[in-house]
Design a protein around this ligand. Structure first.
Ligand code: C5P
Length: 232
């Protein structure tokens, strides 16, 4: 597939809208988290749509199945294209979420957040390693009918190999060169991520902090296109 999702991780709506104006016209997905969604609500999402972008609403839902079902139905009604949920919410929650998604919304499951270390496994009483648990949760989510999985570039190959059903692979932790990392532990370039099997790459700060955002987006889109074509 080969798409770019721009993580619009800014604190205020004004800044967010200015950036969207600056970059409108590109065929990219805008990832909005709860920081902006709490401030701007549905009208902010409508603003994003009106500028021609697809919406990736990153709320990482995790609640009782019925509440998540109702949340997914609401997101689907307001035209969200991609919505995240936590696979740790359990099979019943995942299945109900899938029931609620309707025709156009794509559900993406997150497994274990990359900020967690082995200590977390102790905390939740897991007998699995981080890698095993990530695979187990991702597999279950795809079997329950979610459309995609969020994972690091390093996990993609394994997930695509071990999970029989097709799914959209969404990969954050991307840097344009290997030497810039911000707070990401392990990073991959757009090309590496696509070659590993990523379908959508999520990039925030390398675009946000660049002097010429349009030029940076163009470079990334070109790198994605070349990597996708190279794999055909
Ligand atoms: O600025 P940066 O490119 O690191 O942004 C990556 C985006 O992807 C952020 O919105 C971050 O919350 C999200 N993300 C991540 N790692 C995960 C899951 C999501 O960096 N495992």
């Amino acid at each position: 597939m080969g798409k770019l999702a721009f993580a619009l991780d800014v604190k205020g709506l004004e800044t967010a809208k200015n950036i969207l104006e600056e970059i409108k016209g590109y065929k990219i997905i805008i990832k909005v988290g709860y920081v902006l969604f709490i401030q701007g609500g549905v009208s902010f999402l409508e603003y994003i749509k009106s500028r021609g972008f697809e919406i990736f609403l990153d709320l990482k839902l995790h609640d009782i199945p019925n509440t998540v079902y109702n949340g997914v139905v609401s997101a689907s009604k307001i035209g969200v294209d991609y919505l995240t949920i936590h696979s740790l919410g359990g099979e019943e929650m995942l299945k109900r979420a899938v029931e609620g998604k309707g025709e156009n919304l794509k559900l993406l499951a997150v497994s274990i957040l990359t900020s967690h270390s082995e200590n977390y496994l102790d905390y939740i009483g897991s007998k699995y390693s981080l890698e095993e648990l990530t695979l187990k949760l991702s597999k279950t989510a795809v079997e329950c009918g979610v459309d995609g999985i969020v994972s690091s570039s390093y996990e993609v190959k394994k997930l695509k190999k071990e999970i029989d059903k097709d799914f959209i692979s969404v990969v954050p932790g991307i840097r344009l060169s290997r030497d810039s990392k911000d707070d990401q532990q392990r990073v991959a370039t757009p090309r590496e991520a696509i070659l590993n099997g990523a379908d959508i790459i999520v990039i925030g700060r390398p675009i946000l902090n660049s002097i010429d955002r349009k030029n940076t987006i163009e470079k990334i889109l070109k790198e994605i296109e070349e990597a996708v074509n190279g794999t055909n």
